[in-house]
Design a protein around this ligand. Sequence first.
Ligand code: PLP
Length: 461
Amino acid sequence: MAQVSLTGNDESAFWQRADDCLIRYSGGGIFLRRIIERAEGVYLYDADGDGKPIIDFTSGQMSSILGHSNPEIVAIINRQAAKLDHLFSGMLSRPVVDLASRLSSMLPPGLDKVQLLSTGGESNECAIRIAKMYTGKFEIVGLANSWHGVTFAAASMTYQLTRKGYGPAAAGSLALPTPNGYRSPFRNPDGTYDWKKELDYGFSLVDSQSVGSLAAVIVEPILSSGGVIVLPPGYLRRLKEHCVQRGMLLIVDEAQTGVGRTGKNWAFEHDGVVPDILTLSKTLGAGLPLSAVVTSREIEEVVHSRGFSFWKSFTTHVSDPLPAAVGLQVLEMLERDNLAGQAEYLGERFRSFLLGLQAQYECIGEVRGMGLMQGMEIVKDRTTKEPDETLATALSDRMLELGLSANVLRIPGIGSSFRMAPPLTITQEELDAGLAIIADAFRTTPGANLVFAVHVNRAST
Ligand SMILES: Cc1ncc(COP(=O)(O)O)c(C=O)c1O
């Protein structure tokens, strides 16, 4: 397809209009000054007319696991939109029942009943309502540095800078420490990370703050917006034990990790634990707004008998046929194309590359992730672990100049981390092309010192 070429004047008129008419919703940041005209597979094409694509290492907003404008998804959207798009919320259609039954058949017993919604925040809102109604309690516990959405209950469980400035969070919002093995002060005598002690200590604080109404814990298997922090092996299992001891439900939010990305269809499988409530979103619609809440027959039966409703009547886009048809196709492709296996295989290649880069560059403090979801933390030096936001931003800007979009998270008090999660359909050649750009960016960004160079410089001072 021919590229749209904008003259400098056209482009500045575009940004003038954007600045004039759009609410600046991104906190202190500004919109990235690129006009994206189209996207295909792993590539984004902008308006500057040079025809050079940008490799998308964030799958849009971590969602487009089948790449952009996947032809099979485009065909389903066209077919379903022409046939049945949206309905009164109390009516059902075939794609909804087909998706719900396929999803529950791919999940272990105990995750049997499904509700389809639109966004991740909405699915967590719904999960928290179910947990409150089932337990008859109202205190919800999340991990510090979590992200669960911007709607009220989800935002109350989102321990990020975005918490400030909007008045009180929900009563009964409590936090556990993030199990960040790179930075945690909880250490065994040999210096290794003691996450169990940290978790048990966290629960002792929860117990002392609780007013006796503990309903649920909500967690992400990988805290993505918290800096790609992977829960240590065994953590979810121990968390579940704490929940059982207190009569709490365990809600696992797999907005980003669900649907194959970590090398298994669902990330909770890595720990062999079945959550009481599972939420899926971003990846389930592969870029379209679709989310799901899944729970057990027993929990569903109890809350139904108590009059569970989300919302008072129905929410507008519950059980919409169009996104449901897309979700069904996503699950079909997940199984047919062994996307989890692909994520595991290419993820290993991705990870070895990043570990190799870390061996070369002093500024890479830690590499962490699973499958095709990888992060690396940029620090001023490895001993102090002081985050280097300036360098991380310079590296990310350089990657973009060279044709790669990778996301830098700046998390006060936590660090400065790259978050990378390309589509699961990326080929090895496309992945390697992206990795070559990362290597090039490190080579050509001032301040990204080689380990060897740093040691030589230190030795000579
Ligand atoms: C783990 C997690 N849960 C929930 C959400 C919220 O999803 P949404 O933005 O679709 O409401 C996000 C969004 O980034 C997320 O990463």
